[in-house]
Design a protein around this ligand. Structure first.
Ligand code: ADP
Ligand code: MG
Length: 250
C-alpha cells in the first residue's frame, strides 16, 4: 500500500533572501491515516510548510507525494481538493454564509452536501447562525469554524490545520476537537495540525513533528516526545511553550 503522504527533502528559502533557507531536508512519511501535531516556536516555517503541502506555494527543492503521486504530476485543482489548508486567519468570500459554503463545492464540481452542513453546524456551536447573513459580519471564531466546515465539505484526504483553535473559547475549541476526532475515525482523514496547545497535541495526535534549527528536528510518537524530547530545543519548548500572538476576537 502506498503511504498517505511523503515529504522528500523539502527546502524552502526565505522570501527575498536569496538562498538563505527557512528550512531544508524536511523528510517524513505518513504511512497510514493519522493525526499529527506540528510544534515549534514561531518563525520556524510551520505555516509555510503547510502551504507547500497544500500546493499554495512552491518548494525550492524536494517533492511531496500523495498516495505515491507527485504534486508535480497532479492537476493543482485536484491536489488542493485532496490536501486542504485551513488558515489561521480565515478569509471569507463576499456573500452569505451559505454562499461561502456552497461556492467551494461548486468550484470543485461537487454536489453541495446540505445534510452534512446541517449535521455539523450544531456540533460546531454554530446553529444560532442565520445562513443568509453576510459572512464578513461573523466573528473571528465563527469564521474559523465556517472555514473548517468549508474544507470538510470537500472530504479531503489530508487536512492541514493552522492553529485553528487559537482564537476559540474553551467550549468551542472542545467542540472542534470532538468533530475532528470523529471525522478522522469515520473518514480516515489524515490531519497535520499546527498548534501551541500542548494539551491538545497530547490528546489529539499520535505523532509529533517538532520544527527547529531550520528542519524537522524531531518526528516521534506523541508519548515518547513528551516523555523524552531528544533535542534541547524541544525540551525547552515543552517547559515554556511560546504563546502565539493575541487571539483574534471571537
Ligand atoms: N512563502 C514564503 N517563502 C519564504 N519565506 C516565507 C514565506 N512566507 C513566510 N516566510 C517567512 O518565513 C518565516 C516563518 O514563517 P511562518 O511559516 O509563518 O512560520 P511559523 O508558522 O512557524 O510561525 C517568516 O519570517 C516569514 O516572513
Ligand atoms: Mg504560523
Amino acid at each position: 500500500m502506498a503511504s498517505v503522504l511523503e515529504l522528500q527533502s523539502i527546502r524552502k528559502n526565505r522570501s527575498g533572501d536569496g538562498n538563505v533557507q527557512l528550512f531544508a531536508n524536511v523528510s517524513a512519511t505518513i504511512a497510514d491515516p493519522a493525526i499529527i501535531s506540528i510544534l515549534g516556536v514561531s518563525g520556524q516555517g510551520k505555516s509555510t510548510l503547510l502551504r507547500l503541502l497544500a500546493g499554495l506555494d512552491n518548494a525550492d527543492e524536494g517533492d511531496i507525494r500523495l498516495h505515491n503521486v507527485s504534486q508535480r504530476e497532479l492537476d493543482p485543482r485536484i491536489w488542493r481538493m485532496k490536501v486542504c489548508y485551513v488558515a489561521q486567519q480565515s478569509v471569507m468570500l463576499n456573500g452569505s454564509i451559505e454562499q461561502n459554503l456552497r461556492t467551494v463545492s461548486m468550484l470543485h464540481r461537487m454536489p453541495y452536501d446540505e445534510k452534512l452542513v446541517r449535521h455539523m453546524l450544531p456540533r460546531l456551536g454554530l446553529d444560532h447562525l442565520d445562513m443568509g447573513k453576510s459572512a464578513e459580519q461573523l466573528s473571528g471564531g465563527e469564521k474559523q469554524r465556517i472555514s473548517l466546515l468549508r474544507s470538510l465539505l470537500l472530504h479531503p484526504t489530508v487536512l492541514l490545520l493552522d492553529e485553528i483553535t487559537a482564537s476559540l473559547d474553551r467550549g468551542s475549541k472542545e467542540m472542534v476537537e470532538e468533530v475532528l476526532r470523529e471525522w478522522h475515525h469515520q473518514e480516515g482523514a489524515t490531519m497535520l495540525w499546527v498548534t501551541h496547545d500542548l494539551e491538545q497535541a497530547q490528546q489529539m495526535s499520535s505523532s509529533i513533528w517538532f520544527m527547529g534549527e531550520g528542519t524537522l528536528l524531531e518526528n516521534s510518537d506523541t508519548a515518547a516526545f513528551f516523555e523524552h524530547p531528544t533535542s534541547e530545543l524541544a525540551q525547552n519548548y515543552i517547559k515554556a511553550p511560546i504563546q502565539k500572538e493575541q487571539p483574534c476576537q471571537s
